[in-house]
Each structure stands twice: as structure tokens, then as C-alpha cells.
Design a protein around this ligand. Structure first.
Ligand code: FAD
Length: 312
């Protein structure tokens, strides 16, 4: 059987079979991954990429799963979570970070080294890889403003380093979304700062985030991108949708741009509520809300690559 071959080929790799991804996503929803792996080194990432390619299986790469809705049928093939690759190195005014490190930890490492430029990121719960993919940002800052270069592994197994300009960053977008390379390492170029100023700014932003966002519930952050000239939360509020409950999911009472998991929500609850919001806002305002959150995976009726699965 395929899974046994896989385990034999990678004796030191952390491998889980048929693992519910709800254990890892920030929404606490999502079906199982056929095979879930946690590589610890670039070599292990490369080995998995080669194996998956030879076996002609799909490969999905995740970071901290804070911007994801994985559908209830889960993900076929191999899912790779990179959070075991989390080294952060400081070299003068540069920070060299592996893709699985948390953006929050990187922001605090910069503060400890008296480097300024990453204060805006002190509350964004993603990994560095996910932050590059999404061009994560908050409070007038975006990671693209401080990235010098990004090292990736292509799906063909080639290592490449891109300069900032080559990644075509824009609002919640980078070229990685089209080319699907795997982000391995990022070099941030920061400036020397005063540690008291950096600390004050981080405390200010943490206070703002805690007072405005429903951090006490599972969520995926802002569900939709900001439409030019509008605030999504305000549009949803003005449409009378704030507080709406759909299954176990609810449009947050604290911030209408968030959908929170209040009672064992499923991914289907999230997806249907997103559709509903889009429909209402389009009917009312003729604005097409575009999800910022990535919706991936399969509906419940699927056949696993690894074993026969009955329709659920
Ligand atoms: P994931 O959710 O794991 O993945 C997102 C996408 O990135 C997926 O398509 C995945 O395939 C891809 N990806 C992940 N890692 C890699 C890699 N190494 N190589 C290639 N592709 C990869 N976002 C903001 O921008 N600003 C905010 O202020 C903000 N606040 C948030 C607050 C809360 C409470 C929550 C839950 C989320 C918030 N987010 C915010 C969303 C989220 O944290 C960011 O989008 C973050 O950058 C996603 O990183 P991740 O590692 O969790 O990515």
C-alpha cells in the first residue's frame, strides 16, 4: 500500500495518515489530509516533492493555516505543513527566517535586535511562508516593504532566489500565488531603531487589535479583501448581517469582517455564510466581495488516493 511505501522511504519524517486538518486550522474546521507531513529541513521538503512528483500525487503546502478554509472532505494526496522549519537568524540589519517561523516571533526578534520595520506584523498569526504568499499586512505595513529576497523550491525541485521586485507584490497578492513555488526562506532588510519606540508601537497595535478583533474565538481573520473605497465590516454591518448565525458559524458581533466558530462549525457553514454575505452585499451595494481567505480541499463525496472511502 502506498502509505507504507511512503513511510519506508522517509523513516525520519513526521508523517500522519488521514489526519483531521481541523486540528491545525485557525477556524478549527476542515476534513482530513490523506497524508500529512512535517518536514524539518530543506532536504526533507525536496525529498517529499520528488516522491510526490514520481507518484503523480497532488501536494498542498500549508503554513500556520490561519488564512484557510479546508473543505469538509479534506485534501487528497500529500499535505506538507512547514511549521517545523522555524529558524530565525539576525545578521546586522537583516533577518533571515525559515518559512515555518511565525511572523509574530520574527517581529519580536526584530524588536529584541533593535531593528525597526516589522512592528506592524506583531499580531498577524501566519507563518513567514504564508505571509509572503499573501503579502500579509496591517496598520499601513506589508511584508513586501521589508522583504529583500525569497528562496523557494519549485515543484520541479529547483532552488531559486527571487529579489523582491520579481515577486510582483500587491495588496494581499504575490506571484507565488500563480507559480505555486514553495517558500523556504526569506531575508528581511530592516533599519536600526530605538527599542523603546519599537516597543511602544507594538503595544499600541496589540491594544488596537485586541480591542477590535474577536480573538477569543477561532476565525480566519478578515474573510474578504477590502473593496476599494469601502470597509468590508461596515458594509456587512449596514446590510444588517452582523451577528448572523449559520450552523456553528457567526458573523462576529465585535468585527463584522470576521466569521467566528462559535459552536463546532463546519467548513460548509463557513462557505455558505461567505456565499450569503456576497449575495446580500451584491444585491444591496452592487459590490462583489472577494474572499481574502483561501478555500481549498474537497467536498465530502470523494475517493481517497490511498484507500477506498465510502460516500459520507
Ligand atoms: P496558511 O493559512 O497556512 O496558507 C495561506 C496560503 O499560503 C495557502 O494558499 C498556502 O498554500 C500558502 N502557503 C503557506 N505557506 C507557504 C509556503 N511556505 N510556500 C508557499 N505557499 C505557502 N492577515 C493579514 O494580512 N493581516 C492581518 O492583520 C491579519 N490578521 C489576522 C488575525 C487573525 C485572528 C487571523 C486568524 C488571521 C489573520 N490574518 C491576517 C490572516 C493570516 O494570518 C495571514 O494571511 C497569513 O499571512 C497567513 O499565513 P499562514 O502561514 O497561516 O498561511
Amino acid at each position: 500500500m502506498l502509505i507504507e511505501e511512503f513511510k519506508k522511504d522517509f523513516p525520519s519524517l513526521i508523517i500522519k495518515e488521514n489526519e483531521p486538518l481541523s486540528l491545525y486550522t485557525y477556524t478549527k474546521t476542515g476534513g482530513p489530509a490523506d497524508i500529512l507531513v512535517f518536514p524539518k529541513t530543506t532536504e526533507e521538503v525536496n525529498d517529499v516533492v520528488q516522491w510526490v512528483k514520481n507518484e503523480k500525487l497532488p501536494l498542498t503546502v500549508l503554513g500556520n493555516a490561519s488564512n484557510l478554509i479546508v473543505k469538509d472532505g479534506g485534501i487528497r494526496g500529500v499535505v506538507m505543513i512547514l511549521t517545523e522549519m522555524k529558524q530565525i537568524k539576525i545578521e546586522k540589519k537583516k533577518i533571515i527566517v525559515q518559512s515555518g517561523a511565525r511572523l509574530i516571533d520574527t517581529s519580536y526578534a526584530a524588536y529584541e535586535a533593535e531593528l525597526t520595520g516589522l512592528e506592524f506584523a506583531c499580531g498577524i498569526p501566519g507563518s513567514i511562508g504564508g505571509a509572503v504568499y499573501m503579502n500579509a499586512g496591517a496598520y499601513d505595513g506589508e511584508v513586501s516593504e521589508v522583504i529583500e529576497s525569497v528562496t523557494v523550491l519549485t515543484r520541479e525541485g529547483e532552488l531559486k532566489t527571487f529579489k523582491n521586485q520579481e515577486l510582483e507584490f500587491s495588496y494581499r497578492h504575490s506571484r507565488i500565488q500563480e507559480i505555486q513555488d514553495i517558500v523556504l526562506e526569506v531575508v528581511f532588510q530592516l533599519k536600526k531603531g530605538q527599542s523603546t519606540d519599537i516597543k511602544v508601537r507594538m503595544e499600541e497595535l496589540t491594544f488596537l487589535r485586541e480591542s477590535k478583533q474577536p480573538l477569543e474565538y477561532p476565525s480566519c481573520g478578515s474573510v474578504f479583501k477590502r473593496p476599494a473605497g469601502y470597509f468590508t465590516g461596515k458594509l456587512i454591518q449596514e446590510a444588517g448581517l452582523q451577528g448572523k448565525i449559520w450552523g456553528g458559524a457567526q458573523i462576529s458581533m465585535k468585527h463584522a469582517g470576521f466569521i467566528v466558530n462559535i459552536n463546532q462549525a463546519t467548513a460548509t457553514d463557513y462557505i455558505e455564510l461567505i456565499d450569503h454575505i456576497q449575495q446580500v452585499i451584491f444585491e444591496k451595494n452592487k459590490i462583489k466581495l472577494v474572499p481574502e481567505v483561501r478555500i481549498i480541499g474537497e467536498e465530502l463525496l470523494v475517493v481517497s488516493h490511498f484507500k477506498e472511502k465510502k460516500a459520507l
